[in-house]
Design a protein around this ligand. Structure first.
Ligand SMILES: [Zn+2]
Length: 319
């Protein structure tokens, strides 16, 4: 797909400067350099300044809340970009985050920052970021999320330590090295002639439908995962599968692999645990959904690959 890398979080070409990661002196020098910028992330929420990423300069008071060493994201225009987890900070009374919800609309403001700076859910602002910042923020959120949930060695259970400027952890006890994980997910634009198949999971916001998707399993090809997921969720049989586009999806650490899946059957048999409803939509109906003009199905959230694939299918731009 020619436009594949125009998806949100895709294709900005960040220089990840992997050659610097094993050089602690160089990393320490970069951390103090005047042109360096550092993004704090609080309990999975990046800092925003208005609708832009909230980059801070080295030595800013908020960075003193760090719970572990900053991670080196890479170089942007030759200047280093780091991210740091400040989850130990306690927000002011009345700004507690919403727990266990699909989208947390609350925002948290640190007293040492200007009024337009706050920690907020990336889902709500991801489509407003520049391509360069989107890649940096997605990387920061995924990498720091991995550190938060992998503090102990999975081989022996002892606390592990950050090495390689945040791109590995190492167990000082047994020596095992641990690498940040990315979990592949297949997401399918299922088509049958001029129609496409959308589904909704239990608990989603009212009117929300999306392309079918599911985690890949060990030992599976992308094609096999596409056919299995569609069959499990809807009973629809898939023939040819082709790759369209991919999207890093840091909620918390997925890689969405967008595929075109050509259906060989139409009858829907729902798996009620996975899906609450599934519908075949014509191209005209899908266009109404995208325009926010459909009577029962809401427009997809901007930035997600499902809406991206659907938009390009409606416009006949999947080539
Ligand atoms: Zn160990």
């Amino acid at each position: 797909m020619r436009l594949a890398e125009t998806v949100t979080f895709g294709g900005a070409g960040l220089d990840r400067a992997a050659g610097l990661r094993g050089d602690p002196e160089a990393v320490a020098a970069l951390l103090c350099a005047g042109e360096t910028r550092i993004l704090p992330v609080w309990r999975g929420k990046p800092l925003f300044a208005g609708a832009a990423a909230g980059w801070l300069t080295p030595g800013h008071a908020v960075l003193a809340e760090a719970t572990e060493a900053p991670v080196l994201l890479g170089l942007a225009g030759g200047a280093a970009r780091f991210a740091v987890d400040v989850s130990g900070w306690e927000p002011p009374v009345g700004e507690a985050p919403a727990e266990g919800v699909f989208f947390d609309p609350t925002e948290q403001r640190h007293p040492d920052l200007p009024g337009d700076h706050r920690f907020a859910e990336l889902r709500g602002l991801m489509a407003a970021l520049t391509a360069g910042d989107a890649e940096l923020v997605a990387t920061a959120k995924a990498l720091l999320g991995w550190h938060r949930s992998h503090r102990y060695c999975s081989a022996c259970g002892r606390p592990s330590a950050v090495i390689e400027a945040g791109w590995q952890r190492r167990c000082p006890d047994c020596g095992t090295r641990h690498f940040p994980r990315t979990d592949p997910v297949v997401i399918m634009l299922v088509t049958r002639g001029e129609r496409t198949l959308l589904g909704r999971s239990p608990g989603w916001p009212e009117g929300m439908f999306s392309c079918l998707a599911g985690f890949m399993e060990p030992g599976e090809t992308i094609e096999a995962a596409v056919r299995r997921e569609v069959a499990e969720e809807t009973g629809v049989r898939i023939g040819r599968v082709s790759y369209l586009a991919s999207q890093p999806w840091p909620y918390p650490s997925s890689l969405m692999i967008g595929c075109l899946a050509e259906a060989e059957s139409e009858a829907i048999m729902l798996d009620p645990v996975e899906l609450e409803a599934a519908v075949w939509l014509s191209r005209e109906e899908a266009a109404r959904v995208l325009a926010g003009d459909h009577p029962t199905i809401r427009r997809p959230r901007r930035g997600a690959i499902a809406g991206f694939l659907l938009t390009h299918w409606v416009a006949d731009r999947l080539d």
